[in-house]
Design a protein around this ligand. Structure first.
Ligand code: HAM
Length: 429
């Protein structure tokens, strides 16, 4: 047997055939529409970035285990972007002088992470990023949370299908340093332990906690705090409550949009305050659907200006899993709505001209590239999803008419050639 190259895409990446692509396009367009209704404008940037922008301040896991890196011919170290936030911080810093803040931007990049492919995790995913720059007001949080609710509604997701869990790093730090008296240099590691709280068995967490220097009493108390829910808010130190942006949201009428949950940590070093994740309530999808947070100093890596940001990244894989689980995926789009079929080679030209007229009238129309028998062409048109066929036969054409067939019912009618676009348009309405 000949030794062909593999047809499968590189492990952890995906090909999207047109039917699937049409479903994705429909889903994403609904989301873009909602995002733009809030006044966010779309931007883009390069897939290759200097590796340093991730090393400076991102996530340990991404930098140490998941970056795709390469060295270019000029010996520059580059990475395929694993996320968009460092890129957008760079772009904001580079253009800050020209921008009117607050800036509301969104993008839809593909991102690469070297992960073990599994449910909800691949090596190339697409991520809708929505961020606001230049404001410290809790109004940003509220706007982002309202936007998330509207995006989920646009996908027809009922409120009980998902939950927006929110915490604040300021509160977390106070829990760890003041309430549990954990030394400042241990806060990052203990935070990472909390990030794994729901994924690991209790014994293993206990083991890791003791390796981090926590006493049994501290570990037990940590467990109590993490499961206290809203009651915890009253126990928190006053100065942390004052500094926390989230506390202002929790005291506003936007309180109902979110669930306070100190288990939400998020793995990125750049988050400084509010952190949040959206979860599917169905047990089938245990991974978070998407997440984000507030980052006070990331833009400061690139310029002297202090420009805070807050936003989130919504991944396509977890989103599609969610929509599939809840039976919310839209139907794939048909290839065309109308097929113009010549009966015999000599009518191919008139059929092509008529097809063009129909397209000018805004109808998605195909006509065969090769002439086949009428029955075969009708079967192909039906498979392509055409709801109407316009049959161009010799006698009718000579008389200035065509046959218009409703492909769903099989009903046929004659119409003058000039009236065909309007007749077909009415049938498709
Ligand atoms: P993240 O939580 O790493 O955050 O990614 C956001 C979302 O992207 C995840 O919730 C998930 O839906 C999707 N995602 C991430 N990695 C993968 C993967 N390997 N396979 C499939 N989907 C994946 C960030 O990236 C932040 N930069 C988001 C952000 C924007 N924060 C503020 N603005």
């Amino acid at each position: 047997m000949a030794d062909y190259l593999p047809t499968a895409p590189y492990r952890g990446t995906r090909d999207f055939l047109p039917a699937e692509m049409s479903v994705r396009t429909e889903v994403f367009e609904r989301l873009y529409e909602v995002i733009e209704r809030y006044g966010y404008l779309r931007y883009d940037g390069p897939i290759l970035e200097p590796v340093e922008i991730y090393e400076a301040k991102s996530s340990r896991e991404i930098v140490e285990q998941q970056l795709y890196t390469l060295t270019d011919r000029g010996d520059r170290r580059l990475a395929l972007r694993p996320e968009m936030t460092p890129s957008v911080a760079r772009i904001i810093a580079g253009n800050a002088g020209k921008l009117q803040f607050p800036v509301r931007w969104y993008s839809h990049p593909n991102c690469h992470r070297y992960e073990r492919p599994q449910r909800g995790r691949v090596r190339e995913h697409w991520q809708i990023n929505v961020d606001v720059f230049g404001s410290e007001s809790p109004a940003c949080e509220i706007e982002i949370f309202e936007l998330i609710h509207d995006m989920m509604a646009a996908l027809r997701a009922a409120p009980e299908m998902w939950v927006l869990r929110v915490s604040d790093r300021v509160l977390l730090n106070a829990i760890l340093t003041t309430m549990l008296e954990i030394p400042a240099e241990r806060v990052r590691d203990v935070s990472a332990l909390i990030d794994r709280w729901e994924k690991y068995p209790h014994d293993q967490l206990g083991q890791e906690a003791s390796e981090l220097g926590l006493t049994d009493k501290q570990f037990h108390r940590l467990g109590e705090i993490l499961s206290a829910g809203d009651a915890l808010l009253d126990e928190l130190p006053a100065d942390a409550r004052e500094r926390s942006v989230l506390m202002h949201v929790l005291q506003s009428d936007a309180r109902d949009l979110i669930t306070f949950d100190p288990l939400i940590v998020r793995g990125f070093d750049y988050y400084t305050s509010t952190v949040f994740e959206v979860f599917d309530t169905s047990v089938e999808n245990r991974r978070s659907l998407f997440g984000g947070g507030r980052y006070a100093n990331l833009v400061g890596l690139f310029c002297a200006a202090q420009i805070p940001g807050i936003g989130f990244g919504m991944g396509d894989v977890t989103l599609m899993d969610f929509l599939r689980t809840h039976d919310l995926l839209p139907a794939p789009r048909s290839e065309v709505d109308v097929a113009v079929i010549p009966v015999g080679e000599t009518l191919a030209e008139p059929a092509r001209r008529l097809a063009r007229e129909l397209r000018r009238a805004g109808l998605r129309t195909s006509t065969p590239l090769e002439t086949r028998k009428l029955g075969k062409e009708l079967a192909r048109a039906s498979k392509a999803g055409a709801r109407v066929a316009v049959i161009v036969g010799q006698d009718e054409w000579t008389a200035g008419t065509v046959t218009i067939r409703n492909m769903v019912t099989g009903d046929q009618q004659q119409a003058p050639v000039g009236a065909a676009p309007a007749t077909v348009a009415t049938m498709l309405d």
